[in-house]
Ligand binder design. Structure first.
Ligand SMILES: [Zn+2]
Length: 332
């Protein structure tokens, strides 16, 4: 009887031991799985180009999030409480520069965490002054953009669209890479390789633009949108004329509409470019008046939900831009 009890007890102990071991193993497994998820660098970005650069550098070792909901035209963007929570839990927050995302300053004041590394991707990249005051759209009171970045706190009237010069984009990739390495030095080589490969693609893109835009019959780029392509035009020797650099609540001035129409006619241009994510009502008006056709020129501030879901990247958007530019400017 006593022996039987001992056997039962031993059996129970063994069973319990196995159960506990199994439970521990399972809990270890869960922990491991969670651990590996947690090991991914949490990166929050403020603008589509930054998002795309960061996901190309981080690949499967980072969770990269774009703060702007896809399709949202950035000027209506206001960070929500959920965005603040996300930033609080992130390792890295990347924005372009204070001229592009003036809201970033206020948002960061609300961040409690000390582990969040804040990175200005455009740090040290000289911003161009408005050409002939075009960025101000003739409105000296302020020259915020329809798409949400107001420059009126920037007394120098600097153009924040630095990513549309691909040599600047390469510098931004370098800055983002440095942020990744600072937060996750163990994967330094991995991030470095990815950044190098991406920069090579940007170099190739630059070469394609230079070659593609070298022999065009027309050298005037007329844009029925806000002043965004100054860097691109400068780099490839085009004259850039934008309809507006107006503040979100302003309309393009009638004088500017007349000016754009005159330039189209004087240069015998058959195409007017329009910008992404906004109904091109004004551009349509000018096109109708002048007989020009419309072509999209994507500034890549943000992308549509459809493009986002398809995984469209910055380089693809720019390659489409090049095709449209070649058509619009009659390039060989
Ligand atoms: Zn813009």
């Amino acid at each position: 009887m006593y022996k039987t009890q001992r056997m039962i007890a031993a059996g129970l102990c063994a069973g319990l031991f196995i159960t506990i071991t199994l439970a521990l193993m399972m809990s270890c497994q869960v922990k491991d799985e969670k651990g590996s998820v947690n090991k991914k660098l949490k990166v929050v970005t403020a603008l589509f180009p930054l998002y795309d650069f960061a996901r190309n550098i981080g690949q499967d070792k980072a969770e990269v999030f774009l703060l702007l909901p896809p399709g949202l035209e950035p000027h209506s963007f206001e960070p929500k409480p959920a965005d603040m929570i996300r930033l609080n839990q992130a390792d890295l927050f990347i924005y372009t520069n204070p001229a592009m995302e003036p809201w970033a300053e206020n948002v960061l004041k609300g961040i409690q965490t000390r582990s969040l590394h804040v990175l200005e991707a455009g740090r040290g990249i000289a911003m161009m002054a408005d050409q002939d005051g075009q960025g101000r759209g003739g409105n000296k009171a302020g020259h915020g953009h329809e798409d949400g970045h107001r420059h009126d706190h920037d007394p120098g009237g600097r153009d924040p669209h630095i990513w549309l010069d691909f040599s600047n984009a390469e510098k931004m990739v370098d800055h983002i890479l440095a942020g990744f390495i600072e937060k996750d030095p163990l994967n330094r080589d991995y991030y470095q390789r990815n950044a190098d490969a991406y920069k090579q693609r940007l170099t190739d893109l630059d070469r394609q633009f230079r070659k593609g835009l070298s022999g065009c019959r027309k050298r005037v780029l007329v844009h029925g949108g806000h002043f965004a392509f100054g860097y691109l035009a400068e780099r490839y020797g085009l004259k850039y004329v934008a309809l507006s650099g107006f503040s979100p609540d302003a309309e393009p001035t009638p004088a500017n509409l007349v000016r754009i129409s005159k330039i189209l006619k004087a240069n015998d241009l058959h195409y007017l470019f329009y910008e992404e994510l906004l109904l091109p009502r004004t551009a349509e008006m000018v096109a109708k008046e002048t007989g020009a056709s419309l072509l999209l020129l994507h500034g890549a501030h943000n992308i549509s939900k459809e493009d986002f879901d398809r995984g469209v990247g910055f380089i693809t958007l720019m390659q489409t831009n090049l095709e449209h530019l070649k058509r619009g400017l009659q390039c060989p």
